[in-house]
Design a protein around this ligand. Structure first.
Ligand SMILES: Nc1ncnc2c1ncn2[C@@H]1O[C@H](COP(=O)(O)OP(=O)(O)OP(=O)(O)O)[C@@H](O)[C@H]1O
Ligand SMILES: [Mg+2]
Length: 226
């Protein structure tokens, strides 16, 4: 599958999700290519950190921009089971190019923030890209969600109204240090251990729910060899 993690707001968790999903797919034994389509190249940094620390499986990562996101990815399709594209937080040529060839788009939104206000623009962007790429299916979910309070449900209500993007009500990543710490070390949250040598089981569970949803829509057999 070709999976893009996008949106038009910075800091919503696109890179955290793209890198985490790429690692989890690779841990299933799948051939995965991570495409960094953001000039900040945070996904590139993630993979370099991972490689420097000698963490397996390594994630093959390339930086591509503008229309090269479409042309180069197409050339590499045969070599990979899954291509995960991390875009920048703006409506860029790179993101549009990614959406013309993607099977799936995931858009994380931070609840109770300016993020949610961008949903109309995201909806329009997806609608335009889906007119070119009929196979595009887009999904949104809350990331960096508060553990309680009305922001989550209010944001969920707004996101549920999007026309071209299906809101995943059952997928929710809370604001958790483990997500930040894992990403900063080039690890998926399921690989991360804190100072007490323990992981964060809540964070792992939350990310697993997201991953299971992706495997469900992409019809990926999770029982493949780890
Ligand atoms: N669920 C979460 N809990 C805590 N911190 C998070 C969570 N998700 C992301 N972060 C942190 O928030 C910051 C922004 O996340 P990330 O880089 O993934 O966002 P982004 O959408 O890729 O940003 P940009 O638009 O700048 O590329 C990072 O420091 C990341 O570790
Ligand atoms: Mg990013």
């Amino acid at each position: 599958m070709i999976l893009t993690v996008g949106g038009i707001k910075g800091g919503s968790g696109k890179t955290s999700v793209a890198t985490g999903v790429a690692v989890m797919l690779a841990r299933l034994g799948r051939q995965v290519l991570l495409v960094d389509a953001d000039e900040q190249q945070t996904s590139m940094d993630f993979s370099m950190m991972r490689e420097a620390a000698g963490v397996e499986p390594m994630i093959t990562t390339v930086a591509l921009h503008d229309t090269a996101v479409r042309t180069e990815v197409r050339k590499m399709l045969d070599r990979y089971d899954d291509i995960v594209i991390d875009t920048g937080g703006r409506d860029t040529t790179s993101q549009r190019a990614a959406l013309t060839i993607s099977d799936f788009l995931l858009v994380p939104f931070v609840p109770g923030s300016f993020d949610v206000w961008t949903c109309e623009k995201v909806d329009k962007l997806v609608g335009e890209c889906a007119a070119i790429n009929e196979g595009l299916h887009a999904f949104s979910f809350l990331n960096r969600a508060d553990h309680q309070g009305a922001d989550n449900s209010e944001s969920a209500e707004i996101l549920s109204e999007m026309e071209h993007v299906t809101f995943w009500d059952d997928v929710r990543l809370g604001v958790r240090k483990a997500f930040r710490s894992a990403g900063g070390k080039g690890l998926a949250v399921c690989e991360w251990k804190g100072e007490n040598r323990k992981g964060d089981s809540k964070a792992e569970e939350e990310f697993q729910v997201l991953f299971d949803r992706i495997c469900g829509i992409a019809i990926i057999d999770r029982k493949e060899v780890a």
